[in-house]
Design a protein around this ligand. Structure first.
Ligand SMILES: Cc1ncc(COP(=O)(O)O)c(C=O)c1O
Length: 416
């Protein structure tokens, strides 16, 4: 029995799949205590879009700390925070014509989601929220209440109220017009459904199994929200920060959400940080109404500023699109092995769906991949989808190597 088995809670999970003990990491490679290398196609669940220990991000953080920069400052004004806000405003928001105020939340994604829900309810003075089948928004009670996964919801231990689940345009509901359904619910005074404060949306569902909402559907959703005076919350925690090819995932649909949550890769290097962006007129919080001790971890602000600067001096959009094509071209081979394998995705979030063949194939492929030193997760209903989420900076040769490991693992599992 090792120290983790002996002393760490049973709640630990990823370490049960990726079982070695890791010591160092650089770019897309993680090393364990024996010096063995693992290729990382998980990227801290979307936290390491710019790679592990990217020097362009890490070095300013180290310099800041060595020079005595303030580390913790609650939500007090600091030079580090001001310089992040200025950079984010000038290099991300303004060039996109986006007018948002920034709230620094507690440092986890779920805290940004809680903040968004709280602010939406306060603004509209309504309790209900529409959320989507397949959606995932975090593990605190408010976020679990808008998360569809039964196991997660059951873990809450209390009833989760005030959410109406609407079918997401994933393959499970391919023929269903959910915008027309929502419209019908709100126009029917016998539907039993009150007008909600907000709709919470992932434009690409990650944990839900890599479901990419069509552009037209996203535009109809925005128009639906406008028609009924409902706030649109875009949860960009996993799919923001260039993952889909643009900084915000909703740019491809040319829509502007009222509230946007960001976390994971926003700090650039795995430092805890989360943001809620809000249209200025929605900022009706009273001072301290959403509080938290760790809203001022200043090394994260330094990392976040450096990450924005890194990203705007590299062709992230072009790079992600090119790498997407490279991966898709490689993975085409899978469909020659079995044409029931479905591959879908956008940018560098790509899913391989085995559900049409048999349950648990994706898990077995992921285990074999790990045996061959590729770290990769599963997602979706029954964990039937293998989820490729490499750092966006992964070199072409490593992307190809990872795809080869996946293809060989699939062949073995299918006994070909
Ligand atoms: C879309 C989305 N929202 C919210 C969260 C919750 O973030 P955190 O785990 O940092 O609380 C996640 C985490 O995976 C996520 O993918």
């Amino acid at each position: 029995m090792d120290i983790f088995d002996q002393y760490e809670s049973n709640v630990r999970s990823y370490c049960r799949k990726f079982t070695d003990t890791y010591e160092t990491a650089k770019g897309s490679i993680i090393r364990d205590t024996k010096g063995d290398e693992y290729l990382d196609f998980f990227a801290g669940a979307g936290t390491l879009n710019y790679g592990h220990s990217n020097p362009a991000i890490l070095e300013p953080v180290i310099r800041y700390m060595q020079n005595g920069g303030i580390i913790h400052a609650l939500d007090m004004h600091t030079v580090a925070k001001a310089s992040f806000i200025e950079t984010f405003e000038n290099k991300i928001l303004r060039p996109r014509g986006l007018d948002y105020k920034i709230m620094f939340c507690g440092p986890t994604g779920t805290n940004a989601v809680e903040s968004a829900l709280k602010l939406a309810r306060k603004n509209k003075n309504r309790r209900g929220v529409f959320a989507f089948t397949g959606g995932f928004h975090g593990m605190t009670q408010g976020s679990m209440a808008v998360t569809s996964d039964a196991e997660i919801r059951n873990s809450a231990g209390v009833p989760l109220y005030n959410t109406t689940y609407i079918p997401y345009p994933s393959k499970e509901y391919a023929q269903f017009d959910s915008i027309a359904y929502m419209e019908a619910l709100l126009n029917d005074d016998h539907s039993g459904i009150d007008i909600p404060a907000a709709v919470i949306l992932e434009t690409v569902q990650a944990e839900g199994g890599i479901n990419v909402a069509p552009v037209e559907w996203l535009q109809r959703l925005r128009a639906f929200c406008d028609r009924h005076d409902i706030l649109l919350i875009a949860d960009d925690i996993q799919i923001g920060c260039w993952r889909t090819g643009t900084f915000f995932s909703f740019e491809r649909a040319d829509i502007v959400p009222d509230l946007v949550t960001l976390s994971k890769s926003i700090s650039g290097g795995g430092f805890p940080m989360a943001l809620l962006l809000m249209k200025p007129e929605l900022d009706i919080f009273t001072p301290g109404e959403h509080n938290g001790t760790f809203r001022g971890f200043n090394p994260a602000f330094i990392g976040a500023k450096a990450a924005v600067e890194f990203s705007v001096t590299h062709d992230m959009t072009g790079g992600v699109q090119r790498k997407h094509q490279l991966v898709m071209d490689k993975l085409k081979q899978l469909q020659t092995l079995d044409d029931r394998i479905e591959i879908r995705g956008i940018g560098l979030i790509i899913g391989i769906d085995f559900s049409a063949i048999a349950p648990d194939l994706a898990g077995r492929v992921a285990t074999l991949c790990y045996d061959n030193h590729l770290i990769i997760e599963t997602a979706g209903r029954g964990n039937n989808v293998l989820k490729l989420l490499p750092p966006l900076t992964t070199e072409d040769a490593l992307l190809q190597k990872g795809c080869d490991i996946i293809i060989n693992s699939v062949k073995k599992v299918l006994m070909l």
